[in-house]
Design a protein around this ligand. Structure first.
Ligand code: BES
Ligand code: MN
Ligand code: ZN
Length: 496
């Protein structure tokens, strides 16, 4: 698929499918489209009328209009103009792209308005929407009967008569970087645990470093022992696969404007350990996605490596599996983390926070201006916020706000949750400094309070992405499967 911008109007374009966006309540076709309607003998306004098309956001209408310059017209609703955002464009472009595919439009011309005062942001959002919506993961399917891919439009032209060509070109290249990062995250998360292992993830990071000139250091079992990472290594004990502590660094050419860290939970599989996830409702079969935080982290690394901002970024994941065997950590075991704090493991299934503890201690020592961790940490967060919203916790309100607004710009929803200090009582242990789990109520909050114990100096935020890393049915620009959630937010945050 080729995607580019042209300074052509809808009326001047010719090809298989022409797509236009209409606002809700927009009764009369705007100037250029009125001319097109005239040329089509009124067909355009007729089909809009006949289908009772109202311009509701994401609603799509397609009709054959002839066999001349334009065969098919696709109309997409943009919703209420007062509520328009970049996400409106992303979703509308995604909806058009999918319809163009099912309508077998080999070439597509897409005319959408520019929203806000930064045309580049609009162009970027449109391109992201198209590419993310059309993506299909067929790595694990045999044969090549992939109809969807075959029917993808070969060329897509964004019709942008009012946007400077150079600006549009630049915005499309930004979009390509962000999309490449998001698709990497999707592929890491969707791949099963017999494909994405701690070692293969570390190898991927090394390959990325090689390709993009990043620095990378991978610590094995012994190096982690030497650093006293007893919490991380406690989780890794039962796995036959060696744990890998991955540290990837992007350094800009000149003096960095700021230095930030991104830490991702990297459980390539979470069986629950001896507190095993048992039964159909336990969700054990989805636990290949328990490296969704790491997926977003390395997806962001890919995007940042391509975008080359003037910011130093550290990408970290303590990667392992949570398994069972005669060597498994037992409920009741006491672990010592690399900051010297002791943890009574009253539930082996709360393993993510144990791996993050040592990762946060490590990151905290790098002298960063800020750091954020992303983790598929708790089912409690999914209960609280559902499948499409991530929870964010931070003692630093400004940092939390900057991430929330980076998410907003990206079309990824983050909701600020409370770091209620009194809830730490639930983690009190008779024998150690703390337990790793508290009572069921407020489980995502106690998880955050646990993590806070391993951060001393760096402004830090925690994002629980257990809900949004995966979508069963698919929606909008996310086809069914891994969403790549977090990458676009992280990129916007780093660039901000
Ligand atoms: N990886 C899970 C959290 C999770 C749940 C992710 C559902 C995605 C979907 C995590 O390691 C876990 O098992 N958390 C436990 C914590 C509990 C034992 C306090 C949970 O949420 O049940
Ligand atoms: Mn678990
Ligand atoms: Zn887990």
């Amino acid at each position: 698929m080729q995607l580019h911008a042209v300074e052509t109007t809808a009326i001047a374009w010719s090809g298989t499918g022409l797509a236009i966006g209409l606002w809700q309540g927009q009764i009369d076709l705007p100037g250029d489209l009125a001319k097109l309607d005239e040329r089509l003998g009124g067909t355009l306004s007729e089909i809009i009328e006949e289908a009772s098309f109202t311009g509701k956001a994401k609603s799509v209408l397609a009709a054959r209009v002839g066999s001349g310059d334009v065969r098919k017209v696709i109309v997409v609703g943009l919703g209420d103009p007062d509520k328009a955002s970049l996400e409106t464009l992303r979703q509308a472009a995604g909806a058009v792209a999918k319809r163009a595919r099912s309508e077998k439009c080999h070439s597509l011309g897409l005319s959408l308005p520019v929203i806000g005062d930064d045309p580049a942001a609009s162009v970027q959002a449109i391109s992201e929407g198209i590419q993310l919506a059309l993506y299909k993961d067929s790595r694990f399917k045999s044969g090549d009967d992939d109809k969807d891919k075959k029917n993808n439009p070969e060329t897509i032209e964004l019709l942008l008569p009012d946007v400077d060509g150079a600006i549009a070109k630049d915005a499309l290249s930004q979009a390509n970087s962000v999309v490449a990062g998001t698709l990497l995250a999707r592929e890491l998360v969707a791949a099963p645990a017999n494909v994405v292992t701690p070692v293969s993830m570390a190898q991927m990071a090394k390959d990325m470093a090689q390709e993009h000139g990043l620095e990378v250091k991978v610590l094995g079992q012994e190096e982690c022992e030497a650093l006293g990472m007893g919490s991380f290594l406690g989780v890794a004990m039962a796995s036959d696969l060696p744990p890998q502590f991955i540290h990837l660094i992007y350094r800009p050419k000149g003096t960095p404007r700021k230095k930030v860290g991104i830490v991702g939970k990297g459980l390539t599989f979470d069986s629950g350990g001896l507190n095993i996830k048992a039964g159909a409702g336990s969700g054990i079969a989805m636990m290949k996605t328990d490296m969704g935080g790491a997926g977003a982290t390395f997806g962001a690394a890919k995007a940042i490596a391509l975008l080359q901002p003037d910011v130093e970024v550290h990408f970290i994941s303590a990667a392992t599996e949570n398994m069972i065997s005669g060597r498994a950590m037992r409920p009741g075991d006491i672990l010592t983390a690399s900051n010297g704090k002791t943890i009574e493991v009253n539930n082996t299934d709360a393993e993510g926070r144990l791996t993050l503890a040592d990762a946060l201690v490590f990151a905290d020592k790098l002298g960063l201006d800020a750091m954020v961790d992303l983790a598929t940490l708790t089912g409690a967060c999914v209960v609280a916020l559902g499948n499409s919203i991530a929870g964010i916790w931070s003692p630093d309100e400004e940092l939390a706000q900057s991430l929330v607004s980076a998410g907003k710009q990206a079309g990824e929803q983050l909701w600020a949750m409370p770091m209620e200090p009194s809830y730490f009582d639930g983690l009190k242990s008779v024998v150690a400094d703390m337990k790793n789990t508290g009572p069921r109520p407020g489980g995502a909050i106690t998880a955050s309070l646990f993590l806070e114990q391993f951060v001393e100096t760096t402004p830090w935020a925690h994002i629980d992405v257990a809900g949004p890393v995966w979508t069963d049915g698919g929606s909008g620009i996310n086809p069914a499967g891994a969403t790549g959630f977090g990458v676009r937010t992280l990129v916007n945050w780093v660039l901000s």
